[in-house]
Design a binder for this molecule. Structure first.
Ligand SMILES: *Cc1c(COP(=O)(O)O)cnc(C)c1O
Length: 395
């Protein structure tokens, strides 16, 4: 097909030209004396993105799922009680992994479109007199439903109950795109991957670990090897890794971090809010609903659009792909055929978002959705125009 491939899935996301060029490099010596000049600043700069001064970052050649395993296997023991809320495929899979690894999982099976249920956690923490709960796992941004959960709220509850359980956050589709504060929110393990907010290809699992979690890893009984913090930390301190690091990805990470700091985290968060606002304006103008049930839990990185009864969501996705060279995320599991997802995170701006919204309109109209052509795009243009005036006023 002529023209560009348009990618609006919530990961892998679009990789900027600058990052792609930075990865077009010869292979290099992973034990060279100057290799740490690349790697040591990466660890320090990752901490700035996670907003931790007291924790440390690890980089694994894996996807985000590997970093999930690193978080659990390094810090917990067989039979440990952990709370996970299942509010979409990703949080559900983290619960499954917890069971696979031998943990005792208390799974909050919430309706999809809802956020982590703080009321239920408050009850369980109050009832847990002997402090048997060792961990609370929160998916900050559930990529299935486009729902954001209140990580700071979980921390407040743990503190209010004087509860020592550690706080684990899946930030794969949020860290680097929407507000996340490891130290302020008392997060013990924060997990992400390279192919979403970091604007890189898939291939790095990245994790930030608090001092409390590092301490816990000394006595935690689950088996671990490839992802062992103990194995990585002393070598990482010297700028090296226990096995071959993905050097090309590290070069890309350097450039992506440069871009992140040039724009500034606050500006990046504001851009995601602005772009997402236009997408939500479009959804309303189409007369459709987001899967997220309330405005305050709607994600700024991915929007899951619910389709009217009788419309085949997969036809929308296939029309977009086959006719217009454009990918949207499909509705997953319970949402299969009922919804589609628009990813708007990472390297995203008004121009790209309007392209995606225009093609979403086309694909939906082709699939029989009764919407006024241009209605969503028009609403987004109005939103972006208003947002620009506000930016100019503020400047
Ligand atoms: C993408 C994603 C994952 C899985 O990451 P992989 O890199 O595909 O292993 C986990 N959690 C969330 C919230 C995600 O969006």
């Amino acid at each position: 097909m002529t023209g560009a491939k348009h990618l609006f899935i919530p990961g892998p996301t679009n990789v900027p030209e600058r990052v792609r060029m930075a990865m077009n490099v010869p292979m290099e010596d992973i034990r060279a004396p100057d290799f740490p000049e690349l790697t040591l600043p990466l660890f320090e700069d990752l901490k700035k993105v996670f907003r931790t001064e007291t924790g440390r970052a690890f980089i694994f050649p894996s996807s985000g799922t590997g970093a999930w395993e690193a978080a659990l296997s390094n810090t917990l023991s067989p039979g440990d009680k952990v709370i996970v809320s299942s509010i979409g495929v990703f949080s559900m899979l983290w619960a499954k992994m917890s069971r696979d690894l031998g943990l005792e999982v208390i799974e909050y099976d919430e309706e999809w479109g809802d956020a982590f249920p703080l009321e239920r956690l408050a009850e369980d923490l109050a009832a847990d007199k002997d402090k048997a709960i060792k961990a609370v796992l929160v998916c900050q941004n559930e990529t299935t439903t486009g729902v954001v959960s209140d990580v700071a709220g979980v921390r407040r509850l743990l503190d209010a109950h004087d509860h020592p359980a550690m706080l684990y956050v899946d930030g794969v589709s949020s860290i680097g795109s929407i507000d996340f504060r490891m130290d302020d929110w008392g997060v013990d393990l924060a997990v992400t991957g390279s192919q979403k907010g970091f604007m890189l290809p898939t291939g790095l699992g990245i994790i930030a670990v608090s001092q409390k979690a590092l301490e816990a890893s000394k006595t935690a009984g689950l088996k671990r090897s490839y992802f062992s913090f103990d194995w990585h930390a002393p070598l990482n301190d010297q700028g090296f890794f226990p096995y071959t690091p993905a050097t090309v990805m590290l070069r890309g990470l350097r450039e992506a971090l440069n871009m992140i700091f040039e724009e500034g985290l606050e500006n990046i968060f504001a851009r995601h809010t602005r772009i997402a606002g236009g997408v939500r304006a479009a959804v309303s103008a189409w007369g459709l609903q987001t899967c997220a049930k309330r405005p305050e839990i709607q994600s700024d990185t991915v929007t899951t659009v619910m389709l009217p009864e009788g419309i085949d969501g997969n036809a929308v996705i296939l029309n977009a792909y086959n006719r217009y060279n454009c990918s949207f995320g499909k509705g997953l599991l319970r949402l299969d055929g009922k919804a589609f997802r628009i990813g708007h995170l990472g390297y995203m701006d008004e121009g790209l978002a309007l392209t995606g919204l225009g093609l979403a309109e086309l694909a939906m109209i082709d699939a029989g959705v009764d919407i006024v052509p241009g209605s969503g795009v028009g609403a987004a243009v109005s939103h972006y125009s208003r947002a620009q005036s506000e930016l100019r006023l503020a400047a």
